[in-house]
Design a protein around this ligand. Structure first.
Ligand SMILES: [Zn+2]
Length: 83
C-alpha cells in the first residue's frame, strides 16, 4: 500500500484522471484509511471546481493553479510528515 507522500504525489494525476487503473486503486485504498490524505484530495478537487467555475469563460493563467496549491501545500508539509 502506498504511503502518504506517495499518495499526495499522485494527487494531480489522480484528479486529472491520468493515473493507470492499478495506481488509482492503491490511491483509493489509501484514502479509505487515511483521513489526512482524503481531506487533501477533497480540498484539491473542490479547489479545481471553484477555479474552473470562476474561469469558465477564461483560460486559467499558466501557473496560477500551481501557485495556489503551493500556498496550501505548505500545510501538508507542516505537520511533521517531512523533517
Ligand atoms: Zn495518507
Amino acid at each position: 500500500m502506498a504511503d502518504c507522500n506517495e499518495t499526495l504525489r499522485e494527487l494531480e494525476a489522480f484528479l486529472d484522471g491520468e493515473l493507470p487503473v492499478d495506481t488509482r486503486e492503491s490511491v483509493h485504498t489509501h484514502l479509505e484509511g487515511c483521513m489526512d490524505c482524503l481531506q487533501a484530495f477533497d480540498f484539491h478537487a473542490e479547489l479545481r471546481t471553484v477555479v474552473r467555475e470562476k474561469c469558465r469563460n477564461d483560460e486559467i493563467p499558466p501557473g496560477l493553479l500551481a501557485k495556489i496549491e503551493q500556498c496550501f501545500g505548505e500545510d501538508f508539509d507542516g505537520d511533521g510528515v517531512i523533517g
